[in-house]
Write a protein that binds this ligand. Structure first.
Ligand SMILES: [Mn+2]
Length: 314
């Protein structure tokens, strides 16, 4: 598949890279990391990475803005995005051919060519693997590209903590750190938090509810978001902090948005993406997201989490 993707890339003059909405470091790392590899390897081709700029990730890369007609006859590559609805910038459809490269369960097999590896820790890890496979066939990786891929892997593995971190992950990052970029500077950009977000962390740790079945629950209303002057995305990113609570097997953050309640689910064993799917969402077995439309549904989500937690033999 990697060879077929490389051959396809070689046959196009214009390549446009997309990723998912509400990007994280792996979305940027894989999309812009691959863009860097292609720019370095094929300077005569037109390579663009598009999508809505995410201010908090601009330290990783800047995106390109292109008119619609660039898509004519172009190859579109979509990174780190499980389903079509989550693709950022719907113009991906205007291209000539679509390639999907992703590490989430392949529930929506869109595209003309698909490379999905659910064993990969991150899409950035897959992009490095793609580079390794094509190194003898003209692919080049710059320091800037290596920094992006490293950042993506660090982000999606929770700094090499999550079980998706494999021997392959460590092998690849051991190679990536030999490129010339500052890990200290990168970590600072990724993990420095604004004071109000740190204070919200304090609020979360104080206010979460731990149920006897090993399920955790925290509600963050719009009022709280306003009080701490934080965005929904800031609150969403805090969901993993309950992982340190002894005895919790699965937990949910319910964060109030304009017209729905965002549900962030995490687990230390019980598979929770089935619960996420039931509530208009999906994701990884141990890290998923969903949406509900009324506070009345909170209890129902919690009941489902209790069910998977109680049935879990860990
Ligand atoms: Mn990812």
């Amino acid at each position: 598949m990697k060879a077929e993707i490389l051959e396809t890339i070689k046959s196009y003059d214009t390549i446009i890279l997309h990723r998912h909405v509400r990007p994280d470091p792996d979305a940027y790392g894989s999309q812009c990391g691959l863009a860097e590899i292609l720019r370095e390897s094929f300077p005569q081709k037109n390579i663009y990475a598009v999508g809505k700029e995410e201010e908090s990730l601009s330290f990783l890369a800047k995106l390109d803005s292109i008119p619609d007609d660039v898509y004519q006859g172009a190859l579109v590559i979509i990174c780190d995005t499980a389903n079509e609805e989550r693709i950022c910038d719907t113009r991906y459809k205007l291209g000539d051919k679509i390639i999907k490269i992703d590490h989430h369960p392949n529930e929506d097999p869109y595209g003309d060519l698909l490379w999905v590896d659910t064993d990969a820790s991150s899409c950035s890890e897959m992009i490095y693997e793609f580079y390794l496979a094509g190194r003898d066939k003209g692919l080049k990786l710059s320091d800037k590209g290596a920094r992006l891929l490293f950042g993506g892997i660090v982000g999606d593995t929770g700094r090499f903590l999550y079980p998706s971190t494999s021997d392959k992950t460590f092998l690849y990052v051991s190679e990536l750190i030999n490129y010339n970029f500052s890990r200290t500077e990168l970590y600072n950009s990724m993990y420095d938090a604004d004071e109000n977000v740190v204070r919200l962390q304090g609020y979360c740790l104080e206010q979460f509810e731990a149920l006897p079945e090993g399920v955790g629950k925290l509600i963050i209303t719009k009022e709280i978001l306003d009080k701490f002057k934080v965005k929904v995305s800031d609150a969403s990113q805090l969901v993993s902090i309950l992982g340190q609570v002894k005895g919790l097997k699965a937990w949910a953050f319910f964060i109030e948005e304009e017209d729905n309640i965002r549900v962030r689910l995490r687990s230390k064993g019980p598979v929770i993406n089935g619960v996420a799917r039931k509530y208009n969402g999906g994701g990884h077995p141990l890290a998923s997201g969903a949406s509900i439309y009324s506070w009345d549904e909170v209890d129902s989500v919690i009941r489902d989490l209790i069910e998977v937690s109680v049935n879990y033999k860990g």
